[in-house]
Structures are given as C-alpha cells and as structure tokens.
Design a protein around this ligand. Sequence first.
Ligand code: SF4
Ligand code: SF4
Length: 410
Amino acid sequence: MAQVYNWQLGREMEYPYGEGDTTRQFAAVFNINRCIACQTCTMACKSTWTFSPGQELMWWNNVETKPFGGYPHHWDVNLLSKQSELDPGGQTWDSLRSATPTQPYGVFNGKTIFETADGTEARVTGYLPPEDDWKAPNIFEDAATKFPKQGATLPVHDGWFFYLQRICNHCSYPGCLAACPRNAIYKRPEDGIVLVDQERCRGYRKCVEACPYKKAMYRPTTRTSEKCIGCFPRLEGLEPLTEGLPTETRCMTSCVGKIRMQGLVDVGADGQWLHEPNNPLYYLVHEEQVALPMYPQFGTQPNVYYIPPRWVPRDYLHQMFGPGVEQAIDRYTNPSRELLALLQLFRAAQAVIFRFDIEQGPKVNEITVNGRTQEIFNDTAVGFGADGNEIVRISVQEPFFERPGKQNSI
Ligand code: SF4
Ligand code: SF4
C-alpha cells in the first residue's frame, strides 16, 4: 500500500493509492444543534435521485436519531466493535500534542480501516449489512437514553438524543474506491465527488462492504452499486435558478432548519486544503475549528463536518468526532464576532458561496453565556459566488418590519 498524509489523523497512513489529483474538494458543514429532523432533505434527495424500481431501500441522505438509530441498523457500532477487536486497546488519540494546521486534533495512534485489513482477502475492514438492516431508515426516531423527571440543563443533559444528518462524505481516501476490484469507482479531480461508473460496475458489493458510513448501496434491478452523486449537475451550473453558478445540492438547499452549508475548497498538490480563510468552509473547519469530521479514526478523511450538539455527554462525542469536541462546543457556545456573522450565511443562498466578507456594524446587545460576557454586534455577512460577484448579504440582527395600521383586504 502507498503512504498518504491524513491531516484529520495528524499522521501518514496506508492507502491502496497515492494522494490523487483532486484540485478542488466538495465539502459541507452540518450544524447538529439546529436540526429539527423534518426529513425535508431526505425527501428532496429521494424524489430527485432514488425514486425508481430497485431503489426502494436507498436513502442517499438520511437523518437518524442517535444513539440508538442507524441506517443501516447499527452501522457505526458494528464497525467500531470490529476495529476494536482487530486493534485491541489501540483506538486512541494523542491529543496532548500542540495543535498545528497539519495536526489540528493531535495524532490518532490506532489503526484505520485500511490498516486493520489483511491486504490479501480484503483491502478494507468492513461488513456487508443484511437486507433487513436497510429496511427501517428512521428506526428509534426521537428515542432518548432516558426521560428524567427534572428538566434538562446544559452543559450535558441527563437523558439525551440528537439528530445525525448523513450523506456520502466524498472522502479524500474513499473506502468504497479502495475496495472496488473493477476500478469502477473514481474521484473527480475538479470537485472531489466520488462516483460509480455504472458501465464498469458488476455489483460485487465490495464498496457496500468497505464504506464505513454505509453510503454505497446495491440496486438489485440493475445489479450495480449506486451512491450519492453530490448533485454534480447542479455543481456544474446546470440549475436554471442560479444562472450558471455552481449550486448546492438538493438536500442542502431544501434544509428547513438552515443547518447546512456546502462549499468547494481548493486542494494543493500535497492533498491539503489551501490556506483560504475567506472561504466559509475553510474558516469553519480550519480557522475556528468549530466543525469536525465524523469518525475520523476510520481513516477515509471524510469531507462533511459537524458542529457537535452541545447537550450530549462528551465521551460519546469524543468517540464520534475526535478530540476537538470540547473546543468546538466552546467556540460555538461563545462565538467570535466573525463566527456569529458567518453562521447567518447558512442557507441564505442557493449558489455555492466561495468567499465571504464581514462588514462591521454597531454593538446591539451584551449577554452572559456560561458565566462569560458576550458582545453582540449587528455585523453583515456578505457571500460571493464562483464569478466573484456578491450573491447574498445578511445581518446578525433580523430586520424589523412594522405592519401598517391600515390592513389590506388579505
Ligand atoms: S462516504 Fe462511503 S461511499 Fe462516500 S466516498 Fe466515503 S467511502 Fe465512498
Ligand atoms: S432538512 Fe435540515 S432541519 Fe430538516 S431534517 Fe434535514 S438537515 Fe435537519
């Protein structure tokens, strides 16, 4: 196997192929704190891409209730258990090392799914879920760990659950791609989107087995595997609404809770994100480090990042999002002036925002959160599209409109 650098793990790791030739990478941030589990995203995706015969059990976008829910059932617990068996006591982080841009969360000491595989029978550790496990995509919806008699308070709720929004991560080192014996899976250099070539696929389901997030799926009517395609025609500017500009996916643009922001980041020859602090995705992930990858220890370097839920026990969140959890929650709870303004741009535009600016406004409030005083400024966040032109501007304070005394006939 080749050695590649995985910045989420803070170290080199084994992968069947080299760094690849991605020059731009599809990425997204999901703010778990704001999701209301309306499933609008799920249905937007379903009604666009997976409404045909053979796709009945396919949900490229799903929103599950943690800790008990999962699609397919127990997908993460199954793989975490397997990794612990194959790497006993090894799945730990050395998070005490000082954070640097190439090691923001410290160093992962354990073996990834590529490193626990024996390399002969399988290139990737995984498992093939039985068909029944795909049949209840929203099982255990709203099921909490317990229902305390007292009301819940922060920082951690006694009884808890949270919604986890999931799509394909268009990983930098995809497990699905590594496992395919037909070389039918490829990563587009221009946006990092991972696709299955339907002509080459023979339906061996090695990708279904190898994807740690279980986002490659088998279609019995065509006997091929399919997966989220990142709505690539929209990214190519074919959505008429945005007049040729790269547009966010269906699941992103339909999000009722305004929890999602999608972007494209520039990637250097070494596979790392270029330093672009005015790119909203770069800012959230690398500057503020408020958004974290899910199960980075699997090693695929996923490109969907999550602002962790504030009320959930930290040991659970550490396992899911790594050692950056405390800092991410702290920064979200007491946001900087820049972060508070940037959070307003979530779901403010359909076109992908490539760059943002903040125009400073007056101080409008002062609040105390967790004993810390926070000043609120009515700044304005401005988003720019692929052509460099302004596509949206929105202020921290919502504009106030007073209804005129004389009502119209409505
Ligand atoms: S999430 Fe799974 S299907 Fe998507 S790119 Fe990563 S390994 Fe492949
Ligand atoms: S549309 Fe948004 S708020 Fe609704 S379930 Fe999906 S991610 Fe959550």
